[in-house]
Design a protein around this ligand. Structure first.
Ligand code: FAD
Ligand code: NDP
Ligand code: 3IO
Length: 410
């Protein structure tokens, strides 16, 4: 029996509830693993619930073969366990997944796999979170209860599939980047890649490496930066400069060095936003593209740049500038969104519109009544680590205080 529930409460809970000692964590990605590990180090047990059958499903099941971390490893490691020293500056996805597996094993992270959380709500009567899961395709359901609920389902839980007219009439292959593995399947093919974030840009480079003929759709302004400048990682340099200089000044320096290296990218169809890359990232969360070779292929004409798609046809696409062209395949590099509003019955903490905490970083980690979020900062793995440390300390304080007999008031 769980020591932290009174007998009266025990009686109220039906047999089919599973009482979780410590927090329920939804999602076994880097954020879920980080919070479970931080809790463990504070002596707090937890249970991770994951819809897929493995940890880090975004990395293992939904990413292309050539993927590497695009920030240096020192900015991507999870709390309490550094990357192995022999890892390169930009670890491959296999290395990153290997690290996460070691991480989960080191901290004895307890997970249930193959269960999707479909509903989570606070039961005022019980004073507990009720978390309902289903096993995909089985009609089989379970309910877990706990005093604490940590949302770690990520900013990239569901693919964004745009509603561009005619897409269903297109007779060739249509695939989202989450389903793209390599250019092998597209050798000699004309491929239109919709979207110019980090995924779209890198997939175009990969297509070139497999002798496909990619066209990238750039409908809006975009910041493309070199991954390294002045002999250092651009990201590391920015973090260092931000210690002394305001963000606008760092942006100006960054864009000046980028201009020296790339020239004016407008002539290649890549207009820059009015705001600088770091200011834009901070305000809107839009990540600048860190170039790993795509720009050279755009300059050489191996990758064509077109403006927005007006509509798709059975054989290709018509563009907003009046041109039209035939294609063999469409790759949607249109990004991802959070799925929290579809299952969390709490409109106070998370926004219904974008599925992210309403309060921006660094204040988006704590909600009411034992509800927490890890990994919704728009700051990648570094943001997830910062959240996990704070959330674990907050819960551990409660767990370890004498008040735990009566539950902590939040
Ligand atoms: C291609 C790509 C490359 C990236 N590279 C970097 C990088 O180099 N550096 C960096 O800092 N960031 C990077 N990011 C950002 C990325 O968000 C993080 O790397 C990281 O994966 C976020 O971890 P997370 O645990 O918050 O989310 P995720 O990794 O998405 O994990 C969330 C988990 O929750 C599960 N889940 C979702 N909904 C439910 C549900 N209802 N019930 C149960 N389980 C559920 C999912 O299956 C998933 O396993 C990259 C993102 C992408 C898409
Ligand atoms: N190596 C690495 O570490 C990598 C990291 N990542 C990270 O993963 C996350 C997701 O990246 P990504 O998958 O690129 O998604 P993003 O959300 O970053 O980019 C989506 C792109 O699709 C465009 N888009 C959306 N809808 C349409 C439409 N209807 N027509 C035309 N264009 C459209 C967007 O344009 P607009 O801006 O105009 O809305 C944007 O350019 C990011 O955080 C990224 O940094 C991704 C790949 C590699
Ligand atoms: O890969 C991502 O999407 C990230 O969020 C990592 C990241 C956080 N801050 C940035 C600033 C510039 C480039 C990447 C990132």
């Amino acid at each position: 029996m769980n020591l932290y529930y009174s007998q009266e409460m025990e009686a109220k809970l039906a047999h089919d509830f599973i009482h979780v000692l410590g927090p329920i964590i939804v999602g076994a990605g880097p954020s879920g693993l980080a919070i479970a590990a931080c809790l463990k180090s504070e002596g707090v047990p937890s249970l991770v619930i994951e819809r897929s059958h493995c940890i880090a499903s975004l990395w293992q099941l939904k990413s292309y073969d050539r993927l590497r971390l695009h920030l240096p490893k020192s900015f991507c490691q999870l709390p309490l366990m550094p990357f192995p020293t022999e890892f390169p500056t930009y670890p491959t996805k296999e290395q990153f997944v290997g690290y996460l597996e070691d991480y989960a094993a080191t901290f004895g992270v307890q997970s249930v796999f193959g269960e999707s959380v479909v509903k989570a709500e606070f039961d005022e009567g019980l004073g507990l979170w009720r978390v309902k899961t289903v096993k995909e395709g089985s009609g089989w359901a379970r309910e877990y209860v706990s005093r604490w609920l940590v949302v770690a389902t990520g900013e990239n839980a569901e693919e964004v599939i745009p509603t561009i007219g005619g897409l269903s009439d297109f007779e060739g292959t249509v695939v989202h980047t989450s389903g793209y593995r390599s250019g092998e399947a597209f050798r000699g093919k004309k491929v239109v890649v919709v979207g110019c974030g980090n995924s779209g840009m890198e997939v175009c480079l990969d297509l070139c490496n497999y002798d496909a003929m990619p066209t990238i759709i750039v409908r809006d302004a975009v910041h493309i930066l070199p991954r390294e400048m002045l002999g250092r990682s651009t990201f590391g340099l920015c973090m260092w400069l931000l210690k002394w200089l305001p963000v606008q000044m760092v942006d100006r320096l960054l864009l000046f060095v980028t201009w020296l290296m790339f020239g004016d990218t407008t002539r290649f169809g890549l207009r820059r936003p009015k705001l600088g890359p770091l200011e834009l990232k901070a305000i809107s969360g839009k990540t600048p593209v860190l170039d790993v070779g795509t720009l050279d292929k755009i300059k050489s004409g191996d990758i064509k740049v077109y403006p927005g798609v007006k509509r798709f046809t059975s054989k290709g696409a018509e563009f907003v500038d009046g041109r039209s062209e035939d294609f063999d395949a469409v790759i949607l590099a249109t990004g991802y969104r959070s799925n929290v509003p579809s299952w969390l019955k709490d409109s106070e903490f998370f926004s219904e519109a974008d599925g992210l905490p309403k309060r921006p970083f660094p204040n988006g980690w704590k909600g009411e009544r034992g509800l927490y979020a890890v990994g919704f900062t728009k700051r990648g793995l570094l943001g997830a680590s910062i959240d996990a440390t704070k959330v674990a300390q907050d819960i551990a304080q409660c767990w370890n205080s004498e008040a735990k007999q009566n539950f902590c008031a939040s």
